[in-house]
Design a protein around this ligand. Sequence first.
Ligand code: HEM
Length: 432
Amino acid sequence: MTQIAGAQVLTCPVNLDDVDLFSPGAQEYWFDAYKILHEKAPIHRIPGEGAAPGADAFILSKYDDIAMVVRDPDLFPFYNPGEETQAEEIFNQQGFGAVNSTTQTMRPDIEQHKQHRIQITDPWVGSTGAPRHTAMITQAATGLIDGWIEKGQVEFVKGFAAPLPQIVIETILGFPLDDIPQLRAWEEEQVRRFVYGSTHKNLLSPEEEVDNAKSLVQFQQYIKQRLDEKRACPVDDMVTFLSQVTYQGRQLDDAEIVGVAYGMHIGGNETTQYALTAEAYVLAQRPDIFQELKADRSKVRFFVEEALRLYAPTQGLSTRRVARDTEIRGLPIPKGSLLHLRYGAGNRDPEEYAEPTEFRLDRPHAGRHLTFSQGPRACPGSGLSRLEQNIAVNLLLDRLDEVHFTPGKNDFTHQPGIMLGMWNLFLDFTPA
Ligand code: HEM
């Protein structure tokens, strides 16, 4: 993503009236805002911002409320901000359908959703399938570290956190690594609404919608070209697999294959980039933790989970629609409302976590955070992402003796939107 100068305008919230999670600069004060929401407004109304005319939106910040909502997709179905826009028309006319169009054909209900995960994504990016990529991930991460280890300095986002997940997901899909500059540009278009969209609905202007859709239609056509090549000349990669797999007693059609690959590409890139960046940030900030991990590698997986909890890349990634009148915490929530789920706030809920802002390697149930969501629609790529992070942290511990923030270079600011992503991270280190 390109950093836009001067975007930070909000100041730290003190009262509930100051809480604004979405205006420019808000991302620097989210953690302060969450404390206020937990105490004063665990279900925070945004008047008039619902899905239906006159309906409201609500920000949910409590762990239990968010976990309850994501586990009940009938009452709280996904809300897709793209479904009310011009983009859908462009995808339908020029590409392979809107982003979620294959949901109806491939996983219309929870049982099919489960089958989709087991048969289509788990063998490649789930916790059962991801380990087959261990050697590839290790090689990619080692190559990146080799590129800067002698220098004693690195800008970690460009030098490691961004390229690693990108190389990994392009390799899994079977896209040529020479295409990475173009694929990166498309990937940034894929997440554009979540970074530069306005309000909790991640809205782009009508002009931006059109530009975004035109660019992403080209990406869909690119996937289709790769698919044709793999049909002619099958290899061991995920797109070839999708072209051959029998699912629900039939082969997948082009739109379905493009849709699955498209989802892997958006999910598999920047989220893991942000997680890796946050982990390097903690290693530099906490020499005690760095040394503890170096001495006992069995703690690395707890380190990864605690970093995912405290610095969830998906702070606010997700909105649900309310299908029927209901109530949460005794508050009536009418049909047509929208629920903005703050996974990042749930992860810092003091009712769920003792001393929630403390980084602890001995948290009970370390992996139970909300960062990958929970329930039937939880992230299908969490197995791959966790593997990448564990391999990366272990390699950094192998290759570095100590690591610090480069003096005078870091402002530790984040991109806007609803995900937590540091723009850059300058590190000085002593090679091992
Ligand atoms: C740290 C890394 C990651 C985080 C924090 C993350 C988080 C999430 C979350 C929270 C959701 C559910 C969104 C919602 O509730 O609306 C999700 C969905 C998804 N993720 Fe991930 N993810 C990560 C990495 C990955 C990877 C590596 C892949 C693929 C290789 C992936 C693919 C997907 C896909 C395809 C969906 C949509 C699932 C659906 O439509 O039901 N994610 N992810």
